[in-house]
Ligand binder design. Structure first.
Ligand code: HH2
Length: 256
C-alpha cells in the first residue's frame, strides 16, 4: 500500500501533495512502482495535528480518488468520517482505512452499505492526545482484544469476513517499547484470523532506532517492512514503494 497524503501537515510529506494534480501524479507513480493499493488521506493523524472539516476533507480526497479510479488504480481512503467513507465508496474506492477502527457513529453502517474492503486500526486516545504517556498492562493482548472486537462489530454490521483487514497502529498512542512489543507480537495479531497491515514507514520509532531525520528513514523503513512481513503482516503501508517492492521481491525469492 503506497501513501498519498493530500494534507498540509503530514509528518513526512505534508504540503507536497495538497494540490490535487500533484497528488494524482504521485498516486499514479506509486501504482507504476508496484503498489497494489494507493491510500489517499486528507487529514493528518500525526500527534497534535489539527482536525480537518468534512467539506475540506471531501474537497481534498474526492478528486484524487476519482482520477486514480479512472486510471484503474485500486484506491484506499484513509478517513475517520462516515460521510467521506460513503462518498469514497460511491467514487469506486476499493478499501476504507480508518485509524479509529470504525468507532465514529455511523462508520460501521457506512462501510456495510458498500462492497469495499476495510482496514480497522487500533489507536489509544485521539491524534491530539495519543502520545501523552500511553499506558497498557499488556499491549499485545489489549490491542489484540480491541481488534478482535472491531472485526466482530464489522461482521455484525454486515461486512463480510473476507473484506476485513486489521492493523495494530504503530505509533498511535504507543511509546517505543509498546511498538517493539507489538512488532514482536504481529503473529499473535494475525492469529485473530484476518490479514494484518503494518504501517511503520518513516515513523518516529524508525528515527529512534536509526537516529535519522524523517526524510532520511528509507532504509530503516524498508528493513521494518521486510521484518513485518516475516512476522506475519500481509500488507505494508509505505511511502517508498519502489524500494519496498524490490526488497519484498528479494525476500520472496531468497527466503529459505
Ligand atoms: N499511519 C498513518 C496514517 N494512516 N493507517 C493505517 N492503517 N496504519 C498506519 O500505520 C497509519 C495509517 C500515519 O502516517 P502518514 O499518513 O504518513 O502521516 P500523517 O498521519 O501525518 O498524514
Amino acid at each position: 500500500m503506497g501513501i498519498v497524503n493530500v494534507t498540509a501537515d503530514s509528518f513526512s510529506d505534508g504540503g507536497q501533495f495538497l494540490d490535487s494534480q500533484a497528488a494524482i501524479e504521485h498516486g499514479l507513480q506509486l501504482a507504476a512502482d508496484g503498489a497494489q493499493l494507493v491510500d489517499v488521506g486528507g487529514e493528518s493523524t500525526r500527534p497534535g495535528a489539527d482536525p480537518v472539516s468534512l467539506d475540506e476533507e471531501l474537497e481534498r480526497v474526492l478528486p484524487v480518488v476519482e482520477a486514480l479510479v479512472r486510471e484503474g488504480v485500486a484506491v484506499s481512503v484513509d478517513t475517520m468520517k462516515p460521510q467521506v467513507m460513503r462518498a469514497a465508496a460511491k467514487a469506486g474506492c476499493a478499501m476504507v482505512n480508518d485509524v479509529s477502527g470504525f468507532r465514529a457513529p455511523g462508520a460501521l453502517e457506512a462501510v456495510a452499505a458498500s462492497e469495499v474492503a476495510v482496514c480497522a486500526m487500533h489507536m489509544q486516545g485521539t491524534p491530539a492526545t495519543m502520545q501523552h504517556e500511553p499506558r497498557y498492562d499488556d499491549v499485545v493482548s489489549e490491542v489484540r482484544g480491541f481488534l478482535a472486537g472491531r472485526a466482530q462489530a464489522l461482521e455484525a454490521a454486515g461486512v463480510a469476513r473476507d473484506r476485513i483487514v486489521l492493523d495494530p497502529g504503530f505509533g498511535f498512542g504507543k511509546a517505543f517499547g509498546h511498538n517493539v512489543a507489538l512488532f514482536a507480537g504481529l503473529s499473535r495479531i494475525a492469529s485473530i484470523g484476518y490479514p494484518v497491515l503494518a504501517g511503520l514507514s518513516r515513523k518516529r520509532m524508525i528515527g529512534e532506532i536509526t537516529g535519522r531525520a524523517v526524510g532520511d528513514r528509507v532504509s530503516g523503513s524498508v528493513a521494518a517492512a521486510l521484518l513485518a512481513v516475516q512476522n506475519g503482516a500481509r500488507l505494508v503501508r509505505v511511502h517508498d514503494v519502489r524500494e519496498t517492492v524490490d526488497a519484498l521481491a528479494v525476500l520472496a525469492a531468497l527466503k529459505p
